[in-house]
Design a protein around this ligand. Structure first.
Ligand code: PLP
Length: 407
């Protein structure tokens, strides 16, 4: 008899985006003339940079010729891309890495989801609340969460990130083994300064814990005091894995490429307390279950780091950051309380008092034909907030604020 992985049955339905789609469909059916503007979109809308397109075209031509075509890519990435990543994203910030500490992949969702393969199911896991849902759901699938009581999973420590703590979660009162940190943060758009992140690195060193640092939005950082990489913090190579993505940096959501850093000095322990490096485990995991990112895609990613590529992706990031500014300043004028939106493409908006996330979603849809994302969909501490994003067009963003001003 075939038995299923029963942990999948423990997953709660992710109602968030399906519920949004349902409400939107109903509204459109009732108001076919309505021109709806989405400030809820978590996907990019600007085209790929010309330098990337050119590099990918060239790579396609190489694939069309028997003398230059490439078959399976190296599982952990071509050295042309790895060397370029190290030079630009790390050496430029004073961080030294070896080529075999960089693992090119098809994106940060896969890597943040798969990393649990090399870690015991007995680990106690800390996640911030609200949170990017992948961290929690993949731990449930893996069997790290046996019981659900009072709205919380056993083995998961929830770290509220709320205005009362300036969205800087307190260190866990009880010892944890794995800590997911995402900065700049999705969904709140907030960040940690170097000294705030250092406290987490120090905690991890003291408690033999591992930080899983998701830096998918690193390219949006504007403040000098916000670290782009966790390895800017002393000692982090001993306790942290870092995930990066080209999705929002360079519009690669549909192209698929990212990378993960697993330093060779980073160690975890077996049940007898003996230390083992994690780098060979992740190498083995990737080599066994992943057959490499497409050559064409890796050439496209390499082109992001060329002088034209850098300039072009910066223009696109600036375009989105201008949208963020428009939303934030518009909402501030309307006397909403907003967070984030300075070093991230996300703004976390406090709903007017007494209104829940979903009620505010309905209000914006019905009164302004604007779609946002209810914060409670990211965790209990997201109640009373909505997330607005900067990935739409500038025209629509301006129009959205005008509509909110009129109402
Ligand atoms: N990590 C965070 C925090 C995200 O918000 C997202 C995408 O929304 C991802 C990872 C996924 O990135 P990728 O497209 O590289 O899989």
């Amino acid at each position: 008899m075939i038995q299923i992985n029963e942990y999948f049955q423990k997953l709660s339905q992710n109602y968030l985006f399906s519920e949004i789609a349902k409400k939107l469909k109903q509204y459109k059916a009732e108001h076919p003339e309505a021109e709806i503007i989405s400030l809820g979109i978590g996907d990019v809308t600007r085209p790929l940079a010309p330098a990337v397109v050119q590099a990918m075209h060239k790579a396609v031509d190489e694939m069309a010729d028997a003398s230059t075509m490439r078959g399976y890519a190296p599982e952990c990435g071509y050295s042309f891309l790895i060397d370029t990543i190290i030079k630009n994203d790390f050496n430029a910030r004073g961080i030294q890495l070896d080529a075999d500490e960089v693992f090119v992949s098809d994106g940060a969702k896969s890597d943040t989801g798969n990393i649990g393969d090399i870690l015991s199911t007995k680990n106690v896991v800390a996640i911030t609340d609200p949170v990017y849902p992948v961290y929690l759901d993949t731990n449930i699938m893996a069997g790290r969460c046996e019981m659900f009581e009072n709205g919380e999973w056993s083995n998961i420590k929830y770290l509220p990130a709320v205005p009362e703590n300036d969205f800087v979660p307190a260190l866990p009162a009880k010892k944890v083994d794995l800590i997911y940190l995402c900065y700049p943060n999705n969904p709140t758009g907030t960040t940690l300064t170097k000294s705030q992140l250092k406290q987490w690195v120090d905690y991890a060193i003291e408690n033999k814990a591992l930080i899983l640092f998701d830096a998918a939005y690193e390219a949006f950082i504007t403040d000098a005091d916000v670290p782009h990489s966790i390895y800017e913090i002393e000692g982090a190579k001993n306790v942290a894995i870092e995930f990066r993505s080209f999705s929002k940096t360079a519009g690669f959501t549909g192209v698929r490429c990212g990378y993960t850093i697993v330093p060779k000095q980073l160690k975890a322990y077996d049940k007898n307390g003996e230390a083992f490096p994690l780098n060979p485990l992740w190498n083995r995991r990737q080599s066994t279950k992943f057959n490499g990112t497409a050559y064409i895609v890796q050439r496209g990613a390499e082109a992001i780091y060329s002088p034209e590529g850098k300039r072009q992706i910066r223009e696109t990031i600036d375009y989105y950051m201008e949208n963020v500014r428009i939303i934030k300043e518009g909402l501030d004028e309307l006397r909403y309380t907003t967070y984030g939106g300075v070093n991230a493409p996300y703004i976390w908006v406090k709903t007017p008092s007494g209104i829940t996330s979903w009620e505010f979603f309905d209000k914006l849809l019905n009164e302004c034909q604007i779609v946002c994302t209810p914060g409670v969909g990211f965790g209990a501490s997201g109640e009373g907030f909505v997330r607005m994003t900067a990935f739409g067009t500038k025209e629509n963003t301006i129009q959205a604020i005008k509509r909110m001003t009129r109402n």
